[in-house]
Design a protein around this ligand. Structure first.
Ligand code: NAD
Ligand code: LMR
Length: 335
């Protein structure tokens, strides 16, 4: 494993980045034995504020942080990077769905996909956070054809963590006792948080979540809608979208991608579908359960899908197909 990493974070003057950068720079994500060069990209107008973030990072006096580069130059930002954490985008406001951001944000991911193609290492690992995250990720991957589609992922770990926390709260257990929830599909209100294969530790035994919760009406109703609408609930309360929990989820996603998932556990990631798994159409970024080791991620296959799950999984795939149609219009427009 390399002992030096070049990590790009876009939207670096924004609110998620403010909660994220310390953890990356402190070695909480890539380990204490790795020195990190951080590249912070934001638009020209935000350079003064970004300069303040740099001052604070310097003042943290972190031994792992080798170098900080703040820039609004895309070529400088993407050159030779190992990881691209693409956060920079407009967040939604109250009353909007995440897909309403497609028009505003597609241009960013088209430009950054091309920059990945032209300047990044071919082994670069890309995590798209900016919404609508799945379709922005597909745009970036489409614009970077020489980079393996497996290197493009989008963030659904926040939804995964939300699902896990809802079950743990309901059962009054630690979140670490709940394993193997799944988020299927889009990081949107059509996502399907699925606990049919999840377990909860009771003493030394891992028991199926549905058997321990013993309330199918809740599991098929309020549990699902709470997770689906959690982002909107946070916006309604904070008048700003989630940032602390989003940053934590980004760290979880990157750490698992870098080091692997814990033994016996899977996680949820938005990944490229080649059409071979769970009836998900080809050429979508769709969240699925994955296990990760030193060879990369593998989709957890062979899970039984019941009729109710099938309907939910197809509904979220259909929304992604619609978003893809919209996105392809932007891609065919000249700049
Ligand atoms: P924010 O407005 O606080 O920050 C966004 C930053 O991106 C700003 O500093 C802005 O100047 C910058 N930016 C805009 N265009 C850019 C470009 N072309 N290149 C580089 N930087 C650019 O927003 P935030 O709260 O940090 O959220 C960022 C995005 O993440 C939003 O789209 C939000 O909806 C999304 N989000 C996704 C998840 C998820 O789970 N996938 C969770 C939370 C938020
Ligand atoms: C979230 O899930 O909190 C983010 O995607 C922000 C949003 O728009 O919901």
């Amino acid at each position: 494993m390399t002992d030096q990493l070049k990590v790009l974070v876009t939207g670096a003057a924004g609110q998620i980045a403010y909660s994220l950068l310390y953890s990356i720079a402190n070695g909480d994500v890539f380990g204490k034995n790795v020195s990190v060069s951080l590249i912070l990209l934001d638009i020209e107008m935000m350079q003064e504020a970004l300069g303040g973030v740099v001052l604070e990072l310097q003042d943290c006096a972190l031994p792992n942080l080798k170098k900080i580069t703040a820039t609004c130059n895309v070529q400088e930002a993407f050159t030779d990077i190992d990881y691209a954490v693409l956060v920079g985008a407009m967040p939604r406001r109250q009353g909007m769905e995440r897909k309403d951001l497609l028009k505003a944000n597609a241009k960013i991911f088209k430009e950054q996909g091309k920059a990945l193609e032209n300047y990044a290492k071919k082994s670069v690992k890309v995590l798209v956070v900016g919404n609508p995250a799945n379709t922005n990720c597909l745009i970036a991957a489409t614009c970077a054809p020489s980079i393996s589609k497996e290197n493009f992922t989008c963030l659904t770990r926040l939804d995964h963590n939300r699902a896990k926390a809802q079950i743990a709260t309901r059962l009054e257990v630690a979140t670490s006792a709940v394993r193997n929830v799944i988020i299927w599909g889009n990081h949107s209100s059509t996502q399907y948080p699925d606990v049919r294969h999840a377990t909860v530790s009771v003493g030394d035994e891992a028991k199926p979540v549905p058997l321990v919760v013993k309330d199918d009406a809740w599991l098929n109703g309020d549990f699902i809608t709470t997770v689906q609408k959690r982002g909107a609930a946070i916006i309604a309360a904070r008048k700003l979208s989630s940032a602390m929990s989003a940053a934590k989820a980004i760290c979880d996603h990157l750490r698992d991608w870098h080091f692997g998932t814990p033994k016996g556990e899977w996680t949820s990631m938005g990944i490229y579908s080649n059409g071979s798994n769970y009836g998900v159409p080809e050429n979508l970024i769709y969240s699925m359960p994955v296990k990760i080791d030193e060879n990369g991620y593998t989709i957890v296959d062979g899970l039984e899908i019941d009729d109710r799950s099938r309907v939910r999984m197809d509904a979220t795939a259909n929304e992604l197909l619609e978003e893809r149609n919209e996105a392809m219009k932007f891609l065919s427009q000249s700049d």
